[in-house]
Design a protein around this ligand. Structure first.
Ligand code: AMP
Ligand code: ZN
Length: 468
């Protein structure tokens, strides 16, 4: 499997640190508002990549943080006259609702910056001790970028060039030694959340948060670090500078970055005001449509949001659902259990779409081509199923469709709960079938109900059922 590594700007073979295991960190959102669909893009693409890694048999330790202390959160708290923690708690809960709607699997851990302050203080102290950081008179602690020789290696920026381009930036007012020195710890301002530290009361800078949470939950060296491409510089560059200076080890072997979700070819962002929240989209569409829309493009390409493309995604999904419904209908009516030889051959033939799907995903998570492979499978199903097919054949094709869609985070069957009355009607029909000694039909009803999560139990008093 190959991954495009931002660090080397090449597709590289993926080799995990520990066989069969993947340690992956994805920078999460700053929680001060409902998330917009731009924020949803990294969530969806990296969740899909994680699902694919799991499908390949890897055990994935997937960590994604919530940035719950930040200027924007504090401003919002001041606006509403509440505590910053009230704002972040509220929007973490809202974000989790959106994630559920988009079928984003919960991370192994979702750490919160405010719960990891001790680790941040410890790493900052290490950086000071090693000469990579300094405390200024006002209580701010800065990272000394000039001391970290490979600063710029991820964004492929050269510090000398950067400095030459910024000759006009005089280091004034604050106490920074160099223009690219960034904040590790900021002193408290009135009314802001603050923690005690050796440099006085204050709060951490944004970059140190991710370095510390990644180290705590995944170790000093991880396999994959990911986020949107706007994070390459300075956020991820600074994370590397902090983590590698502190540990003396490589921070992450692979760096993956998704392209922007644009609107009218401009990055969707809160500050430009050109955004749709996930919640707004949910009013009009099942969020699977949003997910499918995102996966129809390569994750590194820019993607322009438009009503037309959303409609196209909706239609595409419906084609898949229709094939699934057809399979279910035929399964309910099929009379034969065993696969015929011809069916065996056809089923084997449908394996080519799974191979195509895997080849696409192995090639730097090319979900666009993986989606095409699913459509080819759907077309194959439409052409090669009929009322004469055996249950085994239909089931196997259905499993294959479900499995590939599952990697994309798409549920092919909307899990509508069966109503009690519907269940009772089927049980009655089964009783009738048994009276008529039509045991095949009785068994079929039992199996049909089981597939819908209803377990029947025959007791002396009659049939009872429960949801499983
Ligand atoms: P933020 O809350 O701004 O820190 O962003 C959280 C995540 O969303 C980061 O990985 C960003 O890179 C990503 N992100 C924000 N806006 C967009 C966008 N328009 N397109 C793609 N990714 C984005
Ligand atoms: Zn981060």
């Amino acid at each position: 499997m190959k991954i495009f590594n931002t660090l080397t700007r090449q597709k590289e073979e993926f080799v995990p640190i520990e066989e069969g295991k993947v340690r992956m960190y994805v920078c999460g959102p700053t929680v001060y508002n409902l998330i917009h669909i731009g924020n949803a893009r990294p969530m969806i693409v990296f969740d899909t990549f994680r699902r694919y890694l799991e499908y390949k048999g890897y055990q994935v330790n997937y960590v994604s943080n919530f940035t719950d202390v930040d200027d924007k959160i504090i401003n919002k708290a001041i606006e509403e006259g509440v505590d910053a923690s009230e704002i972040s708690t509220r929007y973490i809960a809202e974000c989790k609702k959106d994630m559920e709607g988009m079928h984003i699997l919960p991370a192994t851990v979702h750490p919160l910056a405010t719960q990891e302050i001790d680790g941040m203080i410890a790493m900052i102290q290490t950086l000071i001790d090693k000469g990579y950081a300094y405390a200024a008179k006002d209580g701010t602690v800065y990272y000394r970028t000039a001391k970290f020789a490979s600063y710029g290696k991820l964004s492929h920026k050269n510090l000398d060039d950067l400095q030459a381009g910024h000759r006009d930036i005089q280091v004034t007012g604050d106490f920074k030694e160099g223009p690219f020195d960034f904040v590790l710890w900021k002193p408290k301002k009135e009314g802001e959340p603050a923690w005690d530290s050796p440099w006085g009361q204050g709060r951490p800078g944004w970059h140190i948060e991710c370095s510390v949470m990644s180290k705590k939950y995944l170790g000093e060296t991880i396999d994959i670090h990911a986020g949107g491409e706007d994070l390459i510089f300075p956020h991820h560059e600074n994370e590397i500078a902090q983590s590698e200076a502190a540990s003396g080890k490589e921070f992450s072997h692979y760096w993956m970055h998704n392209g922007f979700l644009n609107i009218n070819n401009q990055k969707m962002s809160k500050s430009l005001g050109n955004f749709f929240t996930v919640r707004e989209i949910a009013e009009k569409y099942d969020l699977q449509v949003l997910r499918f829309f995102m996966l129809s493009a390569h994750y590194r390409s820019p993607l322009n949001f438009s009503a037309d493309l959303m409609e196209a995604a909706k239609n595409g999904l419906e084609r898949i659902f229709t094939a699934a419904e057809q399979l279910e209908r035929l399964l309910g009516a099929s009379a034969t259990g065993q696969m015929s030889e011809q069916e065996e051959a056809l089923y084997a033939q449908s394996g080519q779409f799974q191979d195509k799907f895997e080849a696409a995903m192995d090639d730097d998570c090319n979900t666009a081509d993986a989606v095409s492979a699913v459509f080819e499978l759907v077309k194959f199903i439409n052409m090669h199923v009929s009322a004469e097919c055996s249950r085994a054949y239909l089931n196997k094709l259905y499993d294959r469709l479900r499995q590939l869609c599952g990697i994309l985070g798409i549920k092919v069957r909307q899990e509508k709960q069966m109503l009690d009355a519907e269940i009772e009607t089927l049980i009655e029909e089964r009783n009738q079938a048994r009276k008529n000694k039509d045991f095949a039909r009785a068994d079929q009803i039992r199996e049909e109900l089981l597939q819908k999560g209803i377990l029947l139990k025959d007791t002396r008093e009659g049939v009872t059922w429960k949801r499983v």
